[in-house]
Write a protein that binds this ligand. Structure first.
Ligand code: NAP
Length: 283
């Protein structure tokens, strides 16, 4: 599993992490999800993304069970405050609830889930307090555009804005126009979510005849591994696929060592152009 520097920090993070949205809350599905998370950690996917919003905190509790036997320092845990809670006091209280549910004394990364109706200045001031108290190591935002990011950084003062977590998959490459160059220039990491586009990538593109399938065959890899390699091809980029089963996690982890060459990147670039949905019929 390749690693790279996270933003301006001295943390080396695996390029592929693990999402947790929509993990099954109970029964066999829950047990499978816990096994999958632990398997992912064994494969080096120690960057785990969650949020207080996911099943009203139940996913944080599931994650706590999954990581209980694992040394805390070997993990990199991210959670997010829901915008409705993002006043100064609300942010501190939300973080403390997340810490309790996760059974940990600190978060590695704490994000504002999306722009909030509360003054951003308050949320960022609370983030500064959480960093100063050691409850949070790094802070960031999610679903922020460029102007909102600049504002967030101005309110954070000397505390660096480390991450913007955004939608990024082959059919949704809009971040490459302005956000990605800005983040690369300012040492801010982009953590891309929903890498598999929730089933919107045409079956043909994923098949042996499609562009992803053909590239995958050359590397003895799978089309989904090619997608993850493409989405993490630049130094600012990380991906956090969510998988609730061990086979899916193993496949996703395998992408961590896959490097595409320039010609392959150009082929994917042409098949999934920036800014508009790919012409599905011709893939
Ligand atoms: P995703 O990771 O693109 O896709 C998840 C779906 O893909 C699940 O149905 C999963 O099935 C399936 N899958 C995963 N690996 C697979 C594989 N190797 N082969 C076949 N199918 C596979 O979508 P996502 O959950 O929307 O995004 C990932 C994470 O990003 C979330 O879990 C969450 O942590 C984060 N996120 C953040 C935001 C935000 O606003 N900041 C928004 C959305 C998501 P199984 O579950 O059955 O394995």
């Amino acid at each position: 599993m390749r690693q790279r520097r996270l933003g301006s920090t001295d943390v080396e993070l695996p390029i592929i992490g693990q999402g947790t949205w929509d993990l099954p809350p109970a029964g066999y599905g829950r047990r499978q999800a816990i096994a999958a998370l632990r398997c992912g950690i064994e494969q080096g996917m120690v960057h785990i993304d969650t949020a207080e919003m996911y099943d009203d905190g139940a996913v944080e509790e599931l994650l706590a069970e999954a990581i209980a036997p694992i040394p805390r320092r070997s993990l990199f845990l991210t959670s997010k405050v829901v915008p409705g809670n993002a006043t100064y006091d609300g942010t501190i209280a939300a973080c403390e609830r997340s810490l309790r549910r996760l059974g940990t004394e600190y978060l590695d990364l704490y994000l504002l889930h999306w722009p909030s109706q509360h003054p951003l200045e308050e949320t960022m001031r609370a983030f500064g307090t959480l960093v100063a108290s050691g409850k949070v190591r790094y802070v960031g935002v999610s679903n922020f555009d460029l102007d909102e990011m600049r504002q967030a950084q101005s309110y954070l003062g000397s505390v660096p804005l480390t991450v913007n977590q955004v939608l990024y998959h082959p059919l949704e490459r809009g971040i490459e126009r302005r956000l990605l160059p800005y983040c690369a220039q300012h040492c801010i990491a982009i953590v891309g979510y929903t890498p598999f586009a929730r089933g919107r990538i045409a079956a043909r593109a994923l098949s042996g005849d499609g562009v992803l399938g053909r590239i995958a065959a050359r590397h003895a890899a799978t089309p989904r591994q090619v997608i993850l390699a493409f989405l993490t091809r630049l130094p600012a980029l990380f991906a956090i696929p969510k998988a609730a089963t061990v086979p899916h996690v193993m496949e996703n982890a395998g992408a961590g060592d896959l490097c595409l060459d320039d010609a392959e990147i150009a082929q994917i670039d042409a098949a999934f152009p920036i800014g508009e949905d790919a012409p599905l019929a011709t893939l």
